[in-house]
Design a protein around this ligand. Structure first.
Ligand SMILES: O=C1O[C@H](COP(=O)(O)O)[C@@H](O)[C@H](O)[C@H]1O
Length: 253
């Protein structure tokens, strides 16, 4: 069963997720020596990273050793590296450059002006990077926390309803003709997302309330509403503001 947490508004949501993420990464480092996080783009996803930078600057907090955090992405837009549409660019500005994650631990998805002209080649390369980090013949490294935003139609990462990516079993997929611009992207597939220890879905705003309710209802087809198809190995957490939670059934009693 997923956990559902509701905060009063988007600002409180971003702050509470940031505090929880810092605590979770610190706990992972206490156990493994390193931690790993998979980032999302989007409004609330980027707001969370800004808050993490703020939390990380507070001297009394549990400390994360940012030199020992591996950073991956759930999806990125296949546009030039300097384009403001890049999820990587937003994450670097909001957090990674602020706390100083070493370049070798920042595993960005390829941009369109890099080594690969086609998103299919970029996706295959990212799958190889994941497998190389995992070692021992495994396809995926440990993901302690995988963050996802969700679109109003229920897309997660760049898996959109009814598209080939929603039926693709590979860990990393190329996305073309995406209904939300920019049209060309690279995304983790369900098999990689659902290998994460914990998946946290961050959702704010009234426009997303119907998709939140549908994703949490039993029997929703993940091909038609991809958010319904994600779950972490140890935990799935829906972290919502009140507006996004507005169409959930009232708790019993
Ligand atoms: O296109 C994307 O959209 C989703 C959701 O973004 P939001 O601004 O509606 O929160 C995001 O999670 C994903 O990473 C991004 O590429």
């Amino acid at each position: 069963m997923p956990d559902v947490v509701v905060e009063v508004d988007a600002a409180h949501l971003a702050r509470s997720v940031a505090e929880a993420l810092v605590a979770r990464l610190a706990a992972a480092q206490a156990v493994h020596g390193t931690a790993s996080v998979v980032l999302t783009g989007g409004g609330i996803g980027t707001a969370v990273l800004e808050e993490v930078a703020d939390v990380a600057a507070e001297p009394v907090r549990e400390t994360v050793d940012w030199a020992a955090v591996d950073v991956w992405w759930g999806d990125d837009r296949f546009v030039p590296a300097a384009d403001d549409e890049r999820n990587e660019k937003a994450a670097r500005r909001a957090l990674l450059d602020v706390v100083g994650v070493p370049a070798a631990r920042v595993h960005a998805m390829p941009a369109s002006d890099g080594e690969f002209a086609e998103p299919e080649d970029a996706a295959a390369w990212y799958a190889d990077e994941l497998a190389a980090a995992a070692g021992d013949g495994r396809a995926l490294p440990r993901f302690d926390v995988l963050l996802l935003g969700m679109g109003p139609e229920g897309h997660v990462a760049s898996i959109f309803p009814g598209t080939p990516a929603a039926r693709d079993e590979r860990p990393v997929v190329a996305v073309r003709d995406c209904p939300k611009p920019p049209p060309t992207r690279v995304s983790l597939g369900f098999s990689a997302i659902n290998a994460a220890e914990e998946v946290w879905l961050l959702v704010s705003g009234e426009a997303k309330a119907p998709a939140v309710a549908a994703a949490l209802a039993e029997g929703t087809d993940p091909v038609q509403l991809p958010a319904a198809g994600v779950r972490g190995v140890r935990a799935t957490r829906w972290l919502l503001d009140r507006a996004a939670a507005g169409k959930l059934p009232a708790p019993p009693g």
